[in-house]
Design a protein around this ligand. Sequence first.
Ligand code: HEC
Ligand code: HEC
Length: 406
Amino acid sequence: MNRRAAWPLLLAALPGLAVATVTPRVAFTGSGDPQALLQPLDADGRRRQQRGLALFNTDHVVAGTAGAAAIDGLGPVYNAASCDACHNSGHRARGPIADGPLPLALVIQLGVPAGSTPPFGAVLNAQALPGVPLEGRASLRFQLRSGRYPDGQPWQLRQPRYRLAAETARRLPKRTVIRPRIAPPVFGMALLEAVPLTAPGRFGWQAAVPTLAEQTAIAYAHEMGITSRLRPADDCGAAERRCRDAPNGGEPELADADFDAVLAFQRALPVPAEAPLAGDAEAAGRALFIATGCSGCHREQLAVTGIDGLDTITAWTDLRSHDLGPALADRDLAGRRQPTRFRTAPLWGLAAARAKAPLLLLHDGRAASVEEAILWHDGEARPARQAFERQTAAARTLLMAWVEGR
Ligand code: HEC
Ligand code: HEC
């Protein structure tokens, strides 16, 4: 089958097909790929998408930079100057490889206890413009955990421990929850948007945000310090006077048309092609995934509405959040765990991610392989993890290889 065909073409080629269950996938190498579109666009749509691509990839600059009105307003506090600095050509971010300062795209969100004013806003920003005090940096240290499968084969996991600089931690209430989150991929957004919501939200590692527009406005404000029509304020905290008083690059800093272009670009970004296993292994791997209970959450089919000719998508998620147990849960500054629910991570695009860089999985990139990601599953996913552990070594290898091929 021609993987480059968008779905209207696909369906035209297969008249009488009862269900339109083929999620459009393309050979996708990155957001700059000129062929990579989820759907054919008309000339206007194409121009908007191209403008969005350029904005997604452009480093924004400080307010008042000559000749840069469209892209000025960076900061006063921020984590990165462009979307792409974290979102890696549309793919998931590069995660933490070793102990030390966090990679740029591993963001610390601050869960401030009810009733107190957040001193640094919603996100701990690792960069600030000259003259604006830095909020602080975080670092991590991995502790190794090891164990054995019932058949005796050993495994090892990396448990991250997060630390904030002492002067930063001192200014935060002890009950502030540290939420490390890595930048997820941003392809297939139009497809996830087409899933009718049964929960408060669908985007982000916790499915907390309902719409792409909202998620994008949060990214501009919290990660880049750029205001837009939905988020007219930067992420300055209550006590950050110089952050509040810094000159801005317009009100809002991002023009409405440009905001819409960035949405159009993300909606047009297609899902990378799978890398199916050879011969019978593909069907056997899928059967094992289902038999092990993985598909209870990583659902094969999800109904969509509002897209002509498409009834369901295969994103390998239920787009709902689940409690995967205490080891994955966030902690507060005093080290106490906070029950945390995570969205079933869509598994689509793993094959392409793996071809690009070594996989670093889960909400903070702690899992250095599919095997490690599975072994972190606990809580609601404990039965599935245990079923995986009880498989023969050959079956585990097949299941992991199949997941890596999505
Ligand atoms: C400093 C790194 C960083 C930058 C810069 C950044 N993001 Fe993100 N992005 C993240 C993180 C971290 C998350 C996960 C947030 C969460 O789980 O709450 C995320 C989540 C998202 C999601 C949700 C995807 C999904 O499947 O749920 C979208 C869409 C997104 N970002 C778009 C953007 C856009 C557009 C920009 C530029 C305006 C941008 N991001 C800039 C780090 C970044
Ligand atoms: C109870 C629901 C549930 C079940 C059952 C479940 N998962 Fe997950 N899975 C999740 C959630 C939630 C996450 C995200 C957790 C996080 O980021 O901390 C996840 C994350 C993953 C990831 C990492 C994806 C990424 O993008 O980082 C992989 C791989 C994965 N699961 C594979 C499996 C496999 C294989 C099975 C069966 C052995 C399985 N899961 C069973 C809910 C589930």
